[in-house]
Design a protein around this ligand. Structure first.
Ligand code: CAA
Length: 285
């Protein structure tokens, strides 16, 4: 199955990185969000990020023009009617997803696959709200999606083998390394990584070391590319908290309960880099 024109729903951090990764692989992308200004801000962020990446030698010369030329933006869902794949990265809220999937079902051709990048909701439940349950699948990218090689491919209970094969193939075709994972809370990476960030927050809460020193310890002692708090701030504390809550409620295991400091930061709206403040302050950087 060839996918040439792909819609990315949601112009947040993940939507941005996924659109960038697809555009870099030569795919035509339509980035959708509910407001044109959100889309425009993200398109500008992609262009700025690419200019910086070219400057630093992380992207080849000409990458900015090539990739931005492959990505269009819209706030009109009907504009997605001729795409041959949708990757959905909307907020982790089932009511919002239900609304989006209802609209998509009406607009898209019946054979179009919808892949969700959810990291905390049940893909089987998402599939069940559509009229194309066999064509719904998890396609879980990692932040920053234009850099990280992994894609977890997670079939719902209803997903057909044809859909699985198509998404595994596409993942390789865009230069990523897919790993097929059965559905379970947190899949593989988040099941391991998010409790790690949570444990760091408990250690901080207990006053064993400063956030800076805990980050330093994990970088120098465990070879993590970034410390747990820098990582949590990059992922977004709302996302980390949603993953922890899913692990906790789905398993009933208290080891996954979110650390109080994470809940407090989320309640303050200090969600990490995207809001300028999380465990660390980014407002002056
Ligand atoms: N192309 C474009 N931009 C690039 C790039 C590339 N090839 N490589 C790095 N960059 C960007 C980075 O995104 C970063 O952007 P900002 O300036 O906006 O901060 C910047 O360049 C700095 O990068 P560096 O040059 O310092 O590169 P680095 O060697 O430090 O690598 C990193 C950065 C790849 C993010 C690395 O630190 C890393 O691998 N960190 C761990 C990331 C991780 O664990 N991600 C998974 C999160 S969990 C998740 O996403 C799942 C979920 O559902 C919650």
């Amino acid at each position: 199955m060839e996918f040439n024109k792909i819609a990315v729903i949601g112009a947040g951090t993940m939507g941005m990185g996924i659109a960038w990764a697809l555009g870099a692989a030569g795919k035509k992308v339509v980035l959708y969000d509910i407001k044109q200004e959100i889309v425009d801000t993200t398109l500008a962020r992609i262009a700025k990020g690419l200019a910086k990446a070219e400057e630093k030698g992380q992207a080849p010369a000409g990458a900015k023009d090539f990739i931005t030329g492959n990505i269009a933006g819209t706030a009109v869902m009907e504009d997605l009617k001729d795409v041959d794949l949708v990757i959905e990265t909307a907020v982790e809220n089932m009511a919002i997803k239900k609304d989006i999937y209802g609209k998509l079902d009406a607009i898209l051709a019946p054979e179009v696959i919808i892949a969700t990048n959810t990291s905390s909701l049940s893909i089987t439940e998402i599939a069940a709200i559509t009229k194309r349950a066999d064509k719904v699948i998890g396609m879980h990218f990692f932040n920053p999606a234009m850099v990280m090689a992994l894609i977890e491919v997670i079939p719902a209970l209803q997903t057909s083998q044809e859909t699985i094969d198509a998404i595994m193939e596409l993942s390789k075709a865009i230069g990523k390394k897919p790993v097929l994972v059965k559905e379970g809370p947190g899949f593989v990476v988040n099941r391991i990584l998010t409790p790690g960030m949570n444990e760091a927050a408990f250690i901080l809460y207990e006053g064993l070391a400063s956030a800076e020193d805990i980050d330093k310890a994990m970088k120098l002692g465990a070879g993590w590319p970034m410390g747990p708090f820098t990582l949590a701030d990059m992922v977004g504390l709302d996302i980390a908290s949603a993953v922890l809550n899913t692990l906790y409620t789905e398993t009933g295991d208290p080891k996954y309960r979110p650390a109080p400091i994470i809940k407090q930061l989320v309640r303050a709206g200090w969600l990490g880099r995207k809001t300028g403040r999380g465990f660390f302050d980014y407002s002056k950087k």
